[in-house]
Design a binder for this molecule. Structure first.
Ligand code: MLT
Ligand code: MN
Ligand code: ZN
Length: 318
């Protein structure tokens, strides 16, 4: 079987598979006829993308998802190592949530087919997802349907297999500037643990994946979260501060949506330029972002600065 060779090759590294690389709404977005979305529909210089989610593994057997997008079913089917290996089985051993935004959490509700699910999240994210959420009751149909494993910012913990053994991966949540999910805005005071970056470390090799798909500003904390990582995935939602307004697609600036833009004086190209890291990859790319155009000047500019743009199916082996 082709997969067996791969699994063997994969025995001691940190495997990262991009399941979805777009921001909320995906690409093209259902109600958008902007230049980018038209290009994606016409297969003319921009490839379609599903909403952001990444799978990681230390051995190719046990997998953990970073975020659960509304397109999770299709995303699981798109990657053979995530398929069941028995009549009732899933190699997905847990899902790590980085915030409560629907593009990161709706997929959890889709996994309601009477299968135990383990969720790793901070208390702020857990509360935001469960409190007063009648839909969550569909995941409380039997004792132990959902196990929450709490992330405390700054305290690494193991990602566990079903029997509690270590998967070989450790995760640390790092609080980064963000905002509450749209559906919780104004309901309660925001907490610092509502939006986190992740540092995932493979125990044998010490390889580190830094994952920061929603970052409102580049602070010392953000730089620490990314420092010395072998691979960084970073918030690539917007190219510029006002692109939604300039393109007539919306009224909000990037900052109001707590996404640091790629370009500009406060952007991530500038702010992360000096980082000592391995590969650097933009993810959570909004349909309005000109980076999505393969042959555009923005893509060339980012590439020249050492940045890649994530695509669905991209695989990184660290
Ligand atoms: C975001 O990334 O800012 C959110 O996903 C937006 C939203 O929830 O609509
Ligand atoms: Mn989002
Ligand atoms: Zn569009």
């Amino acid at each position: 079987m082709a997969g067996a060779g791969l699994l063997c090759l994969w025995s001691t590294i940190l495997l990262v598979r991009v399941l979805g690389s777009a921001a909320g709404g995906g690409f093209p977005q259902w109600n958008c006829g902007c230049r980018n979305c038209r290009a994606a529909r016409e297969a003319n210089g921009a490839r379609p993308r599903t909403q952001e989610s990444v799978a990681v593994s230390a051995d190719g057997e046990a997998w953990f998802l970073l975020n659960a997008s509304p397109e999770i079913r299709h995303q699981i089917e798109s990657f053979v190592p995530l398929h069941p290996r028995a009549p009732r089985h899933s190699p997905i051993r847990g899902i790590v949530l980085t915030n409560g935004d629907l593009d990161h959490t709706l997929g959890v509700l889709s996994l309601r087919e009477s299968h135990p699910i383990t969720l790793y999240a901070t208390e702020g994210v857990r509360r935001g997802f469960t409190d007063g959420n009648v839909l969550y009751r569909t995941l409380e149909r039997f004792e132990g349907q959902v196990t929450w494993r709490m992330l405390r910012t700054g305290q690494p913990r193991e990602l566990e297999l079903a029997d509690g053994a270590s998967s070989g991966l450790q995760v640390e949540a790092v609080a980064v500037p963000g905002k509450p999910p749209v559906h919780l805005e104004g309901l309660r005071p925001a907490t610092a643990d509502e939006n986190v970056a992740l540092r995932i470390r493979e125990g044998k090799t010490g390889r580190i994946l830094a994952y920061a798909s929603a970052v409102g500003a580049i602070t010392d904390g953000v730089l620490r979260a990314l420092d010395a990582a072998d691979c960084v995935f970073f918030d690539g939602t917007f190219w510029s501060e006002d692109e939604l307004i300039a393109e007539g697609l919306g009224t909000k600036r990037a900052q109001e949506m707590a996404h640091v833009p790629v370009d500009g004086p406060n952007g991530s190209l500038q702010g992360l330029g000096h980082l000592r890291v391995g590969r650097r990859i933009y993810i959570h790319i909004n349909n309005s972002n000109p980076l999505l155009r393969e042959d555009g000047p923005e893509r060339a500019h980012a590439r020249a600065a050492g940045w890649e743009v994530a695509w669905d199916g991209m695989q990184v082996e660290l």
